[in-house]
Design a protein around this ligand. Structure first.
Ligand SMILES: *Cc1c(COP(=O)(O)O)cnc(C)c1O
Length: 403
C-alpha cells in the first residue's frame, strides 16, 4: 500500500509560472470565465464568438481570413490543418526548427500523408535555402503546403517568416504557407496578409493568457479552396462543415463557453494595452532574461541554446547545460518547490541538456526578475558555477524605457 498523497500546505505568496505555456492567466480572464453556461440560442454566445473572431483577425492582421475554433489543444490544430489541406498520401514540406517541427511532421505521417523535411541544425532557425531547394526539386508539384513553426518553443528559436516567404516565392512553387503561431501570437510580430500566409494556427494557453483548451486557425481563400478540392474523409475537423452562422455548427457541437469568454477578455486586455506595446514588452522582458543568461554563462556551465542572437524568441529562452554538469530535473524541482518558480525542461532529445524560462503572456518586470532570482538561487543551491545574472537583468531594465 502506498502512502496516501498529503495535501500540500498553502504556499504563501504566489508561485511564478514561467513555463512557455501554459502561462499565467490574468484575474480579468479568470473572472470572465466564472459564469454560468448559457443556452446556445442566447445572443451572448454568438456575441462572444464574434468578438473572438474579430480580435484574432486584428491580432493576426488579416482582413480576409476565416476563423475556425476547436475545443482542443495545439496538436488538434495541427491535425485540423493536415486533414483539411492534404489529400490521402498528400505531401507537406516541414522545415526543421526543432522538437515542434519534428512532432508536427510525425503526426502528419501518422495520418497517412508524406513529409519532406529540411534539416535542422541545433540552435538555428529554418534553413531557407534548403526550403527553396526542396521546393525546386519537387518538379511534379506534389507538395501541397509548407508547415512552418514560427517560434519553436523547445529550442527557443524564432524563424524569420518573411525570409521563408521569399524562399517559397524564389522556388516559384504554389505550396500554401501554414504558420504555427501557437507560441508567437501576441508575442512576436505576425501580419498574416502582409506575409501572404494561407493559414495561421494558435492555441489559448501561451501568449493569449488563457487556460488550455481552445485552438483556432485563420484560413485564407486559397487554403479554403484547397480544402474544398481535398477528398480526404473528415468530419469533426472539416472547415466546410464548420462554415455557418450557428455556434453549434461552428464548433461541430457545444462551444467551450467559459474558455471563449476568457479568450474574449484576454484579447480585450491585449488591445487595451496596445499590440505594439505588448510586443515591445515581450521583447524587453526577453532581453532581461538574455542579460541574466549572459551573466550565468560566465561560469562555463550554461549557455544560450539559440546560436543566433537575432533569432532568440521573445516567448521563451532555452538554456543549454554542459554535459553532466547539472541535473535539470533536480533544478526544476528545487526551483518550483523551494523558490516557487516553475520553469520547463528540455524536450525530446534535449531532455537533461537544457532548461527553459518562459516569459510570454501576462508578465512584467517584477515577475521576470523574481523568476530569474529564484532560478539563480536554485542554481547556487545546487553548486552550479555561474556568473551574476539577476543584477544584469535589473541593470538592463533600469536603463531601458518602459514600452
Ligand atoms: C505548445 C506548442 C504546440 C502544441 O500545443 P499543445 O497545446 O501543447 O498541443 C505546438 N506548436 C508550438 C509552437 C507550441 O509552442
Amino acid at each position: 500500500m502506498s502512502e496516501p498523497v498529503r495535501e500540500p500546505a498553502r504556499i504563501p505568496g504566489r508561485r511564478l509560472l514561467h513555463s512557455p505555456g501554459p502561462s499565467p492567466v490574468p484575474d480579468e480572464v479568470l473572472h470572465a470565465m466564472m459564469r454560468q453556461p448559457m443556452d446556445l440560442a442566447d445572443p451572448r454566445v454568438d456575441a462572444t464568438i464574434a468578438a473572438c473572431e474579430r480580435g484574432l483577425r486584428r491580432l493576426l492582421q488579416t482582413d480576409t481570413a476565416e476563423l475556425f475554433f476547436y475545443a482542443c489543444n495545439g496538436h488538434g490544430a495541427w491535425e485540423a490543418v493536415v486533414e483539411n489541406l492534404l489529400p490521402p498520401g498528400g505531401m507537406a514540406l516541414v522545415p526543421g526548427t526543432g522538437h515542434f517541427s519534428g512532432s508536427w511532421a510525425l503526426q502528419t505521417e501518422a495520418l497517412g500523408r508524406r513529409v519532406v523535411r529540411t534539416p535542422w541544425q541545433e540552435g538555428h532557425p529554418i534553413d531557407v535555402h534548403a526550403v527553396t531547394q526542396a521546393l525546386a526539386a519537387d518538379r511534379a508539384r506534389e507538395i501541397v503546403a509548407v508547415f512552418a513553426v514560427h517560434t519553436d518553443t523547445a529550442s527557443g528559436v524564432t524563424s524569420d517568416l518573411a525570409a521563408l516567404r521569399a524562399a517559397i516565392d524564389a522556388a516559384d512553387h504554389p505550396a500554401l504557407l501554414v504558420v504555427d503561431a501557437v507560441a508567437s501570437l501576441g508575442v512576436e510580430p505576425l501580419a498574416m496578409d502582409a506575409l501572404r500566409a494561407d493559414v495561421a494556427l494558435g492555441a489559448s494557453q501561451k501568449g493569449l493568457m488563457c487556460p488550455p483548451g481552445v485552438a483556432f486557425m485563420a484560413v485564407g481563400e486559397a487554403a479554403l479552396a484547397a480544402a474544398a478540392r481535398n477528398p480526404a474523409p473528415r468530419f469533426y475537423w472539416d472547415w466546410q462543415r464548420r462554415r455557418g452562422a450557428m455556434s453549434y455548427q461552428k464548433f461541430c457541437g457545444t462551444p467551450p463557453l467559459a474558455l471563449m469568454a476568457g479568450l474574449e477578455a484576454a484579447l480585450g486586455l491585449i488591445f487595451a494595452e496596445g499590440l505594439p506595446q505588448v510586443l515591445a514588452r515581450h521583447r524587453l522582458l526577453a532581453s532581461a532574461v538574455h542579460a541574466a543568461v549572459e551573466g550565468w554563462r560566465e561560469g562555463g556551465t550554461l549557455d544560450f541554446f539559440c546560436r543566433e542572437p537575432a533569432c532568440r524568441a521573445a516567448a521563451v529562452t532555452s538554456i543549454a547545460v554542459a554535459p553532466g554538469a547539472l541535473d535539470v530535473d533536480a533544478l526544476r524541482t528545487l526551483a518550483r518547490e523551494r523558490f516557487q518558480v516553475a520553469i520547463a525542461g528540455g524536450l525530446g532529445p534535449l531532455h537533461g541538456r537544457a532548461f527553459r524560462i518562459g516569459h510570454l503572456g501576462d508578465q512584467n518586470a517584477a515577475n521576470v526578475l523574481g523568476a530569474l532570482a529564484g532560478v539563480q538561487a536554485a542554481l547556487q543551491a545546487l553548486g552550479v558555477p555561474i556568473g551574476e545574472g539577476v543584477a544584469r537583468a535589473a541593470a538592463l531594465l533600469a536603463r531601458s524605457p518602459q514600452p
